[in-house]
Design a protein around this ligand. Structure first.
Ligand code: KMH
Ligand code: ZN
Length: 303
């Protein structure tokens, strides 16, 4: 029996702006509705950010998370994954606040400090520059996505040790796998590890299938069978890389955080639409889709 595929849906993120798509969920109600529909379509994990409902800008405010998390938990059995990646220009402390307050089953843990292209990275199908306020656009050119060794350690001591939260380890480059191995060696990161290979972000590794294979081979050497991997391809690379990931035995991530399009020039109308599309690919490859409890068992979550 092939291993079931865990579909993660990243519902809104912090990169895309409301001016880019009318379908991007912004308010707590919209985030809850789209997250619930994504779970009903087959997403076992919901990766969640919050936004200021007035401006649509990413927000670290735990009160906003608390306006959609209980509703999602009540309506679905899906694993709730609270982002600690936040968005520009939050501090690391702000980025961790919602996860510390809500003690989720899962939170993201970004595995290195890097340049992180915003509009430049996500989609070369469209010139997005019109969609950004000029000062935000200018600031994004100088943006450092800070995830130092100390930050990674703090996430583990606060969330894993304090609350039993486990991590989606966001790896944007090969070096991030070696950093994770260092934390495993120190007994800080504990298997089974859930690696999210993030390909196609400007500043990280490119979205070539060869790179994905190299990442899996490297992870095999570093972690043996103590890890599972999932893949997100930024922008137009999303479905192609999800297909390669599923064919290689991995798991997949989709959602409007990573890609706004169904195909060139055609916006996705919802997160659930992307979940249904990737589900068809996965099932077409002969692999079943994991329910939330299968995902929990595969990833050693607290439930
Ligand atoms: N935006 C993705 C490329 C996080 O939320 O911690 C990575 C991400 C980071 O989802
Ligand atoms: Zn995210």
């Amino acid at each position: 029996m092939p291993t079931p595929v865990i579909i993660t849906c990243a519902v809104t993120g912090s990169v895309h702006t409301p001016t880019m798509s009318p379908h991007l969920p912004i308010t707590p109600d919209q985030i809850a509705e789209q997250a619930i529909a994504a779970a009903e379509a087959g997403a076992a994990i919901l990766h969640l950010h919050a936004r200021d409902p007035e401006t649509g800008r990413p927000s670290p405010d735990p009160a906003l998370f608390l306006r959609f998390l209980p509703r999602i938990k009540q309506a679905t059995g899906a694993v709730v994954n609270v982002s600690t990646g936040g968005g520009m220009p939050m501090t690391v402390t702000q980025r961790m606040e919602a996860a510390v307050r809500t003690a989720p089953e899962m939170a993201s843990c970004n595995m290195g400090t890097m340049n992180f292209g915003l509009f430049q990275a996500l989609d070369r199908w469209t010139d997005w520059t019109h969609a950004w306020e000029p000062e935000f656009l200018e600031a994004s050119r100088d943006f450092v996505f800070k995830n130092t060794f100390a930050d990674i350690e703090a996430l583990h001591s606060t969330l894993a040790d304090g609350h039993g939260t486990r991590f989606e380890y966001e790896c944007y480059d090969l070096g991030h796998l070696y950093t994770l191995a260092h934390f495993v060696d120190r007994g800080i990161a504990k298997p089974p590890l859930f690696l999210q290979f993030c390909l196609g972000i400007l500043g990280g590794i490119g979205a070539d299938p060869e790179n994905l294979v190299t990442m899996t081979r490297t992870a095999d050497r570093l972690f043996g069978d103590a890890y599972r991997f999932s893949v997100l391809g930024a922008g137009r690379h999303q479905m192609r890389l999800a297909t390669v990931a599923a064919a290689l035995g991995g798991h997949v991530r989709v959602g409007l955080e990573d890609n706004l399009f169904r195909e060139k020039g055609v916006l996705s109308e919802s997160n659930a639409e992307q979940v249904r599309a990737v589900r068809a690919v996965v099932e077409g490859l002969g692999r079943p889709v994991a329910g939330p409890d299968e995902a929990r068992a595969l990833l050693g979550l607290k439930g």
